[in-house]
Design a protein around this ligand. Structure first.
Ligand SMILES: Cc1cc2nc3c(=O)[nH]c(=O)nc-3n(C[C@H](O)[C@H](O)[C@H](O)COP(=O)(O)OP(=O)(O)OC[C@H]3O[C@@H](n4cnc5c(N)ncnc54)[C@H](O)[C@@H]3O)c2cc1C
Length: 295
């Protein structure tokens, strides 16, 4: 099937979409968004520097119709979701968002109800647009680079006039292999510093439940869950977090969850591979000391 990837030039994201594309075709085409060389080997590559979704939709739609693409793959990101919805309207094409698995015969799966269920959809009409949830597909190893031709934008509906990088310290939650998250059970904003110490030792990042964010102990950007970040670390520490379904929705793809909670009935223990029923203040300092000795 003729498959088109539309994505920012970022090897990991492109690699994940290339893996997905192999379910539909041997070699996809790409519209690479941004500047720089396009990593990997694509049948045909177009490049567009404009990163504003609203500006890309009309010309993307024309390209898709002219070239006869059948499957359009984007990441479930701000850009991908920003393109997918209006593109679907313009092409009268179905869109399935947050896809986590591709099954045979054009069946795709996505989580529902904050990860409590998985829904399967059969794609009956082409072109079909899929946004793919990050970290559910192993990124393909992209060798070499592909030359591209320019995809010109006919109408700049919105102009990006400034981009100011927000200073965030440490590793972004979405990329972290280890996350140490705290909830309302942490007790105070100051107590979060011990979570940072543990995260630093493990080269990880500090996350939080909405409970902790609502208390003002952590930043909204640190919130994990249904209305926060969807993360997929190798190890996720949940300290003083009860394990509400909305929080669990954010860690559905975490490989190993370690929970420390005073309440042995806490729901988080149902999701945890390792659970310690205790006050985190007794456990975390010991963990930190042990890790320092091992280092
Ligand atoms: C529409 C909607 C969207 C939501 N989105 C999100 C979201 O994205 N992310 C999210 O996290 N929540 C979200 N929530 C809120 C969610 O329902 C819970 O209220 C929230 O996750 C609770 O946070 P918590 O576990 O930190 O707090 P609590 O539920 O108050 O739990 C605190 C836990 O800490 C334990 N504890 C206390 N002291 C200690 C100690 N010293 N040592 C160890 N354990 C201790 C307690 O036993 C308890 O289990 C959402 C809710 C709604 C309605």
């Amino acid at each position: 099937m003729r498959t088109l990837i539309v994505e920012m030039i970022e090897p990991k994201r492109l690699g994940e979409l290339v893996t997905v594309s192999r379910e539909f075709c041997e070699q996809p085409d790409i519209v690479a968004v941004g500047t720089g060389q396009i990593p990997g080997s694509f049948a045909k590559a177009y490049q567009v520097e404009d990163t504003v979704a609203a500006n890309l939709v009309s010309d993307l739609a024309s390209l898709i119709v002219n070239e006869g693409y059948e499957v359009i793959l984007l990441t479930a990101s701000t850009l991908g979701s920003g393109i997918a919805a209006p593109l679907s309207v313009k092409l009268s094409a179905p869109v399935v968002s947050e896809v986590i698995r591709i099954q045979p015969d054009l069946v795709v799966e996505r989580p529902l109800y904050g990860g409590k269920a998985v829904a399967s959809y059969k794609l009956n009409k082409m072109p079909a647009i899929l946004t793919i949830r990050r970290k559910y597909f192993e990124a393909a190893d992209l060798q070499g680079f592909t030359d591209s031709s320019l995809l010109s934008i006919t109408e700049k509906k919105v102009e990006l006039i400034a981009e100011k990088e927000e200073k965030t310290e440490g590793i972004p939650l979405e990329d972290a292999e280890v996350i140490v998250s705290g909830g309302r059970g942490i007790g105070t904003a100051e107590n979060f510093s011990i979570l940072q110490d543990l995260a630093d030792l493990l080269n990880g990042a500090v996350g939080a439940s909405r409970g902790a964010v609502d208390e003002g102990w952590a930043q909204p950007t640190q919130q994990v869950g249904q209305t926060g970040k969807i993360v997929a670390p190798s190890v996720y520490f949940a300290l003083g977090i009860s394990g509400a379904s909305q929080h669990l929705a954010g860690i559905a793809n975490a490989k190993c969850v370690v929970a420390i909670n005073k309440d042995e009935e806490a729901n988080i223990f149902k999701r945890a591979r390792f659970g310690i029923v205790s006050d985190y203040k007794k456990i975390v300092p010991v963990l930190i000391e042990t890790l320092k000795e091992e280092a």
